[in-house]
Ligand binder design. Structure first.
Ligand code: ZN
Length: 411
């Protein structure tokens, strides 16, 4: 079976690792930063060398296309090229580079195809400098208000808005260039798994069926601040103790649900946070994710059944935000699985815990994702790593899924 070039894959990863190199094995490449623009320039240079035509839309999303037969809808593939602070060389960019490698293989091997093939870079997926995450795929799919996004201020310096950075980037194009669902057959996004499952299960490829729904709650406990040395235990209203008891209770109860449920208390605040004072106000968050809405309802029912008073403290909670489960296009998911099988790779059907641009695009265009293993599950850090062999395998699955879709002509 025809495959991509492992040597070229390796070169792409190494080259793009230089844009924002921290010198410690990772990158800091905030969206629209000089490092990100250098990566975009290199991407466009390589696409032009392959004879691809490049347009950008009003959110600076890049679409680089190998032409197909006139009037045929395009097959799209790609991801994002920005990173979090001190992130890795694979999150997002690997989806761009495997798509570029698949496109390069189509061009250099002169693989016949009826449909145009487009490699996409979505702007500001991480939201690491300008919030929120998945900003530009969100704008073009109507999830976010564009004016509000343009007004988003840089978190680190506070002196520039996303709109100003966009204007200065040289990559802002026409709204008319946005992804047009009427002219798109399907979209594929390859991404690193960002978790340990594929490696632990010894599988080459994750066939991603969708993205898990999630709920995020904030809990508040109000007690009484008193002196740590004078107040007997039985008279205390210790808000931190109440919060700890509740976290323990939530873990015990949520553990009784489906084992694929994941939940996290990642943020906690304690007032006044002084070692000689009994805490009077404690807040914590709970992030809960699962693919099945019925299981999510069970989790929410456990939260809603919490008592209004814990250890003498007033307890309350509010939902901060929620995200519904997104199911990818079943036929396209099947094509990913088939391509993987034909290439002789082992695969595992799975849901994504993290969010990705493809979940927004799935509202407009049939979409699916391909995961490759993350060594030790590390991601959003400099230790993030996927061996080139596995990146190349992912590129091969991407290539052959695109070719399958091209032959099918419809979903
Ligand atoms: Zn990503």
């Amino acid at each position: 079976m025809l495959t991509c070039s492992k040597g070229r894959m390796d070169d792409k990863i190494k080259t793009f690792s230089k844009f924002g190199d921290t010198g410690r094995g990772g990158i800091t490449r905030f969206s629209l930063s000089p490092e990100a623009l250098a990566a975009r320039d290199e991407f466009c240079r390589r696409c032009r060398a392959l004879g691809m035509t490049i347009v950008t839309d009003d959110m600076a999303n890049i679409y680089a296309t190998i032409p197909g037969e006139p009037g045929k809808p395009a097959i799209l593939m790609g991801s994002h090229a920005d990173s979090v602070k001190q992130g890795g060389n694979y999150d997002g960019i690997l989806g761009v580079l495997t798509a570029l490698e698949a496109a390069e293989t189509i061009v250099t091997e002169k693989i016949p195809h009826a449909h145009p093939v487009t490699v996409v870079i979505w702007t500001n997926e991480e939201g690491a400098r300008f919030e929120p995450a998945m900003m530009s795929s969100g704008v073009i799919t109507g999830k976010f208000d564009k004016a509000a996004m343009l007004a988003s201020v840089a978190k680190d310096t506070g002196d520039i808005t996303f709109g100003e950075a966009l204007d200065a980037s040289g990559y802002k194009g026409q709204e008319a260039n946005r992804l047009n669902p009427a002219k798109a057959l399907g979209l594929l996004e390859l991404h690193i798994e960002q978790g340990p499952v594929l490696e632990a299960e010894g599988r080459d490829i994750g066939v991603v069926e969708g993205v898990c729904g999630m709920v995020n709650y904030e809990f508040t406990f109000l007690g009484q601040a008193d002196h740590a040395g004078t107040t007997p235990m039985k008279y205390r209203k210790d808000a931190l103790y109440a919060a700890v008891k509740t976290i323990q209770y939530l873990h015990d109860e949520l553990d009784k649900l489906d084992p694929r449920l994941v939940y996290t208390t990642g943020k906690i605040s304690c007032h006044p946070n002084i070692h000689t004072v009994i805490p009077d106000e404690v807040r914590f968050t709970l992030d809960v994710r699962h693919q099945d809405p019925a299981v999510m309802e069970q989790a929410v029912a456990i939260i809603k059944a919490l008592p209004a008073e814990v250890a003498g403290c007033a307890a309350s909670f509010t939902p901060a935000w929620t995200r519904k489960t997104v199911a990818f296009h079943t036929k396209l998911v099947g094509m990913v699985e088939q391509a993987s099988e034909e290439l002789g790779y082992s695969s595992l059907r799975m849901y994504s815990g993290p969010g990705h641009d493809a979940q927004f695009i799935a509202d407009l265009v049939p979409a699916a994702m391909i995961f490759v293993p993350s060594v030790h599950g590390h991601s959003h850090c400099e230790k993030e790593y996927t061996p080139v062999e596995q990146c190349w395998q992912g590129a091969n699955v991407l290539l052959h899924t695109v070719l399958q879709l091209d032959r099918a002509g419809a979903l």
